[in-house]
Design a protein around this ligand. Structure first.
Ligand SMILES: Cc1ncc(C[n+]2csc(CCOP(=O)(O)OP(=O)(O)O)c2C)c(N)n1
Ligand SMILES: [Mg+2]
Length: 184
């Protein structure tokens, strides 16, 4: 599965729900697929904090909140899975783009290339809805289910790199301003 195509599929199914995206290619591709969408929160510069930010949002709203995290970033802050398991936000959907590498810094293989299974970590942190998907069709099916059923959800989506898009011209202050305004 390729992340950019899968991102566009998610956008077709997410409605107006807020999306928080991991730094690097995840945020770049989300921007290229949906520039101008006010409910995208690009977590540039905040490695490891994407799902923590999404958790905070989910606890503050009844709307579904989607986190698009990365394997390397989630590995750096795995405690966020334990906190999600503790807080049980029913409206939170965490998707991990698992390319088994710290892609942005030079494709170094992460622990998931050596057997760490983030779905199992989520399960043992008491996250009730967990799955691992290999292709876009499977992801589409489970994402539609996650949008209509209570979570919290942890969906590990295995992806292959296909080359990077230009860095998105995002101003963090504008992201915050537009994002907050969209909740008024
Ligand atoms: C605290 C911190 N450490 C290291 C970095 C450098 N860095 C930026 S992106 C990245 C890799 C992120 O890996 P992953 O979440 O798997 O995303 P991918 O690049 O594979 O899409 C690293 C190490 C950083 N930005 N912040
Ligand atoms: Mg990665």
């Amino acid at each position: 599965m390729h992340r950019f195509s899968a991102t566009k599929m998610l956008l077709d199914n997410v409605g107006d729900a807020p999306i928080v995206s991991n730094l690097g290619p995840t945020s770049d591709e989300l921007w290229h697929a949906s520039a101008g969408r006010e409910r995208n929160f690009y977590a540039y510069g905040s490695m490891g904090l994407c799902s923590s930010i999404a958790l905070g949002m989910a606890l503050s709203t009844d709307e579904k909140v989607v986190s698009l995290d990365g394997d390397g970033s989630l590995l750096m802050n795995m405690g966020t899975l334990a906190t999600i398991g503790r807080e049980q936000p029913r409206n939170l959907i965490v998707i991990v783009w698992d390319n088994e590498q710290w892609g942005q810094t030079g494709f170094q293989p992460t622990h998931t290339a050596f057997g760490t299974d983030l779905e199992q970590v989520g399960k043992s942190c008491n996250i009730p809805k967990t799955t691992t998907v290999q292709d876009e069709e499977e992801l589409a099916t489970v994402f539609r289910q996650a949008m209509s059923e209570d979570g919290p959800w942890l969906i590990v989506a295995k992806v292959e790199e296909e080359g990077y898009m230009p860095v998105a011209p995002v101003e963090p202050e504008m992201t915050l301003y537009n994002f907050r305004k969209s909740f008024e």
